[in-house]
Ligand binder design. Structure first.
Ligand SMILES: Cc1ncc(COP(=O)(O)O)c(C=O)c1O
Length: 396
């Protein structure tokens, strides 16, 4: 018998109430002040390990300056959809910048990363087409598949053989789209792009890569997954968010001119939803410029990632296959993950637990995000806290 809506509401509220009673509800916390690597949460100053602010650009003077200038020039919002009156020169300049940054002909922006993935999959695929995803792709890609009406299949995470098994059985599909994340958002590992790109070409499938967590993080100069592997033209559709390393709001797709024209003329989330505020577009553009003019930030981030990840591993923590700024601290069961999270937060590190169903059952974890703006001392302090907390809870 199906569960009623009333039951679902009751069960969800009950679960949240129990977590709050146990002091284990780490969600929807109000961050009162955010200064890169530190934040004030519920009145307490904490070291921030839960933010996507990988290069620490949130308060970068060039980014804040560009936003202030745009605010004075355009006001608070575009008050229109892109297709009609909502395109400003700030949008046009941002899209030109993204296209150059991703070495593509053109780009299109949307009002969130989530919407961008929905737009890509629903515009490029429809009933009778096939979308092939990695099992750990982001929820927005899965939702795009469901909404598109296309058939969809998942291959085992980062498993090229599993992908090929699907491709060899997919001859009947004329339009095949493979969608992967460059860096997986729960695990921090990197997709094997060279092999996946080779398969996409061999089996005549288009390849789209979600670079939400790779821009500014991987590749010698932070340009993402193709730079990381030293490849060019391996990806047909570059997707990225303007909400992580680029601390604004929005998302983009970059690719060949005809494809981007097609998206601008037909993607429903572009046509039927208001455009990005110009101030957000100007801030995002400034971020791309800072990534290119201050490559030392990427070097610093890589150094910090190494210090943090190796420090945790040295204490006996399992950080999975992470190679990036996302460092999962694997625990296993929900209760123990919550216990560890409680201890770590109590001692001054702001971090959130990631629990089933956001991750497969039995892989509950804490997810840390390293930033270039963490000082070496802050990382040491956080590691010390993790060591004490892990021992108290019996995890290490
Ligand atoms: C891999 C990935 N893609 C897409 C998104 C959605 O982006 P946004 O938060 O900008 O809507 C996220 C957000 O966390 C993500 O991790």
């Amino acid at each position: 018998m199906s569960v009623t809506l009333e039951q679902r509401i009751r069960e969800t509220n009950e679960r949240a109430r129990k977590m709050k009673e146990n002091d284990s509800f780490f969600y929807l916390k109000s961050v009162e002040d955010l200064d890169g690597a530190r934040a004030k949460v519920d009145g307490r100053e904490m070291i921030m390990f839960a933010s996507y602010n990988y290069l620490g650009l949130i308060k970068h003077p060039k980014v804040v300056g560009a936003a202030k200038e745009a605010l004075d020039k355009y006001g608070t919002g575009a008050a229109g959809v892109r297709f009609l009156a909502g395109t400003t020169d700030a949008h046009a300049k941002l899209e030109e910048k993204i296209a150059r940054f991703k070495n593509a002909d053109a780009a299109i922006t949307f009002s969130s990363g989530y919407t961008t993935n929905l737009a890509a999959v629903t515009t490029l695929c429809r009933r009778g087409d096939l979308v092939i995803m990695d099992k750990l792709d982001h929820a927005s890609i899965i939702d795009g598949c469901l909404l598109s009406g296309a058939n969809h299949r998942s291959f085992l995470h980062n498993n090229v053989e599993s992908l090929e098994n699907i491709l060899v059985r997919s001859e009947k599909y004329q339009n095949k789209l493979i969608v992967i994340d460059a860096v997986y958002s729960m695990d921090g590992d990197i997709a094997p792009l060279p092999e996946i790109s080779r398969l996409a070409k061999r089996y005549n499938a288009k390849l789209m890569v979600d670079e939400a967590h790779s821009i500014g993080v991987i590749g010698k100069t932070g340009h993402g997954i193709e730079e990381h592997f030293g490849l060019e033209n391996a990806v047909d559709i570059h997707m990225g968010t303007l909400s992580k390393t680029i601390p604004s709001i929005g998302g983009y797709l970059a690719g060949n001119q005809e494809l981007i024209n097609f998206l601008k003329l037909t993607a429903r989330p572009f046509i039927f939803s208001a455009s990005l505020p110009p101030v957000a577009a100007a801030a995002a553009q400034a971020c791309f410029e800072v990534i290119e003019s201050e490559p030392e930030l990427i070097v610093q981030l890589q150094k910090n990632i190494k210090q943090f990840r190796e420090g945790l591993q040295g204490m006996g923590y399992n950080t999975g296959n992470s190679e990036t700024a996302i460092v999962p601290i694997m625990v296993g069961e929900e209760e123990r993950a919550l216990d560890l999270c409680k201890e770590v937060n109590r001692k001054g590190v702001f971090i959130c637990p990631i629990l089933f169903p956001a991750v497969p059952k039995g892989t509950d974890r804490l997810r840390a995000h390293v930033q270039a703006s963490h000082t070496s001392e802050e990382i040491e302090e956080a590691l010390h806290i993790f060591e004490q907390a892990g021992k108290n809870v019996g995890i290490i």
